[in-house]
Design a protein around this ligand. Sequence first.
Ligand SMILES: Cc1ncc(COP(=O)(O)O)c(C=O)c1O
Length: 419
Amino acid sequence: MSGAETILKSKNRITIDNVREQFPFFQQPQNRGLIYLDSAATAQRPQQVLDAWQEFNVLYNANSHRGAYKIAERATDEYERARAKVADFIGAASPEEIVFVRGATEAVNFAAYGWGLHNLKAGDEIIITEMEHHSNLIPWQMAAQKTGAVLKFVGFDETGMLNMPQFYDLLSPKTRLITVTHMSNVLGTIPDLAAIIKAAHATGALVLVDGAQSVPHIPVNVVELDADFYVFSGHKVLGPMGSGALYARREILEKMEPVFFGGSMISDVDYTHSTWNDIPWKFEAGTQNLPGAIGLGAAIDFINKIGIGNIHRHDRDLTDYALAGMQGIKDLRIYGPMHNRGPVISFSLGAIHPHDLATFLDSRNIAIRSGHHCAKLIMKRLRVPATARASFYLYNTKSEIDEFIHNLENAREYFSKWN
Ligand SMILES: Cc1ncc(COP(=O)(O)O)c(C=O)c1O
């Protein structure tokens, strides 16, 4: 497999081999030759992230914001430094607008419990799309059921594009929130967020953007986007599992209620009531995942060294290359747009069940995902129980995609004997 393709095309040329060398996962004997095409589920982690995690545990394991001794101060400093890196990475106006969470799922739940339950009332409307991951759907179903608010769904067409006329039709003075993905984890669609947010704000509605799939692949600037909430997971962006961030504009976070209560999130405590700490700490009750947050900071350092723009270009080139190759395979159907999309391609191949296809590819040492991808509304809309899905990241190469496509051809031939 050749990794001589370059990812960084400036004078500091970085090859994919250089990148892969920094991922212990690819160096393990049992993983040699593995073609990992499931980064949309979780990405592999570079040594730099593992080192940051290990250093915390070995050198300065201490709780944050409470110890007066040196290692506790270092733990607090590194944790807060990681927050500043996250803020900078997504263009937040200040680190206080970043709440550390376990991942995108927890971040949406924060918004639904902390903002939704206290700001929605019967008859209010939430506009959501049919292409949301369950993580950005179920918390809003809960909030709607508890408050009497109503969910309104924007569909998508056969090319996987959001039905924007329907969105504009649904938007009304009753709309309190639009919650939308920045990149579909099934279709790869990148909705026109600028148009959505502009129209939402013109009617006084807030917008939550699910950046779980976009933050790893495209430059994000929440201030330029004018998003009110933005969420993502650390583990999809080379960071540790159990790390992630909720961004919300300062005024929103200041008014938003805490979701968890206990140590660290208070300003003062009395017998029957207490007052809350400043943002973001009022949302971070109890001992936090310090090595997770610090590891996420290290992942951001790693990405910044390569450049998110270079990663974006590389992922887009791989996606275009894969789409072109896959289109040449008989009976292969691609779900989602063919241009301007994320590096995640859902597809079906004739009548082969996606699980059978994934198992066949696994026997050829190629890891893809199969299933409903936690997006059952998309499956219902496409009228399929499941799809196969390949997704790419900075460590993947065109030769891996050649191998993938070659084996899709093999699968077609193999299964044609049984159909
Ligand atoms: C678009 C999208 N949103 C949310 C999530 C949930 O992320 P997590 O499981 O890390 O909380 C995912 C995970 O696949 C996703 O793809």
